[in-house]
Design a protein around this ligand. Structure first.
Ligand SMILES: [Zn+2]
Length: 141
């Protein structure tokens, strides 16, 4: 297992907090994290230590895809760009699937998106696409 994955699985934190930990993965902002977790269908409070290599890889790939899309739309920093458009329908804000969309329908399944503060950061996710981790369901898999 790569060192980065071992570091991810250390401790008892939720995966979003690990993702935002600049010492492990640099340059991932709060918006990137919410968007990547929505794309990879990972619940923000999934315990990092219960994250499979496949899930962690999918999440890293989703994070890179979110960054590529942001760059393709002319942003060098997704967070800065979002602040610039100030919540209005700026060009990048229109591309967001999860961040800032609490209470709005999920673009994939139509379920209303959830919003909560996790680890001091605003977090947005779909409760249907991004299931809360359950050891029992993991054992069945
Ligand atoms: Zn959904």
């Amino acid at each position: 297992m790569p060192a980065a994955l071992r570091a991810w699985r250390r401790g008892t934190r939720g995966i979003k907090q690990v993702l935002l930990d600049q010492t492990l993965v640099s340059g991932i902002g709060n918006i990137y994290a919410d968007e990547a977790m929505w794309r990879a269908r990972v619940h923000p409070e999934r315990p990092a230590r219960a994250t499979s290599v496949a899930t962690a890889s999918a999440l890293l790939e989703a994070t890179q895809a979110v960054m590529r899309d942001a760059l393709a739309q002319g942003g060098t920093s997704l967070d800065a760009l979002y602040v610039n458009v100030n919540g209005q329908s700026g060009y990048f804000a229109r591309g967001l699937e999860a961040y800032g969309r609490g209470g709005e329908p999920c673009g994939r399944c139509g379920n209303l998106l959830s919003r909560a503060t996790i680890g001091g950061r605003a977090s947005h996710w779909c409760g249907r696409c991004q299931r809360r981790y359950s050891p029992r369901r993991a054992a069945v898999r």
